[in-house]
Design a protein around this ligand. Structure first.
Ligand code: GAR
Length: 194
């Protein structure tokens, strides 16, 4: 019998993020010590993104890249070389190029801070989404976790959860409600996908 025959192989998760990285932190914590998966690498297209501080805090290797490096395939190579099985977009604001999608078919997952197909598409991210929801007068918003394909926010939807909002809620209040849903569900949904 081979020594490693029954060893459970940890799935390796790479995270791409452009901003604060509070979702990235929840994912890191969720998989800390997990027998199923670990976060092995964090990449950001913003040199001053707070997610890089969080990576440091949890001693997770991190790197910064430009849009040119993303589109040119250098980021894909880095993720492949690191042995990533899954790529998680946690507040990542650049369009994912074909070379990355081809390298990780149905293995890239994104979180969107609204109930797609509403309030999705190019230019709809972060507070812009919550401002649009506020201006719509909708009585609820939510989160959508989906696989990534060539079109912004149009990949297969894996999970959605809604939260009521009231006329008194500011875009910041809405963002906070959405963040609570994200923290509650995103790590668990990732785990269910692995
Ligand atoms: C999250 O609310 C996420 O859903 C959103 O950016 C925020 C990042 O927060 N993503 C998008 O808008 C993607 N279109 P975080 O950096 O604190 O995790």
């Amino acid at each position: 019998m081979e020594e490693n025959q029954f060893r459970i192989v940890l799935k390796k998760i790479a995270i791409l993020a452009s901003g604060s990285g509070s979702n990235a932190e929840e994912i890191i914590k969720h998989f800390h010590g997990s027998p199923k998966a670990e976060v092995i690498l964090i990449g950001s297209n913003k040199p001053d993104a707070y997610v890089l501080e969080r990576a440091k805090k949890f001693q997770i290797p991190a790197f910064v890249f430009s849009k040119g490096q993303l589109d040119g395939g250098e980021v894909t190579k880095k993720l492949l070389d690191a042995g990533a099985d899954w790529v998680v977009l946690a507040g990542f604001l650049l369009k994912v190029p074909d070379n990355l999608i081809t390298a990780f078919p149905d293995r890239i997952v994104n979180i969107h801070p609204a109930l797609l197909p509403n309030y999705g598409g190019k230019g709809m991210y972060g507070m812009r989404v919550h401002e649009a929801v506020r201006n719509s007068g909708d009585g609820e918003t939510g989160i959508t976790i989906h696989l990534v394909n060539q079109h912004y926010d149009e990949g297969k939807i894996i999970f959605q959860a809604a939260v009521p909002i009231s006329a008194e809620d500011s875009p910041e209040d809405i963002a906070q409600k959405v963040h609570q849903l994200e923290y509650k569900y995103f790590p668990k949904v990732i785990e269910s996908l692995l």
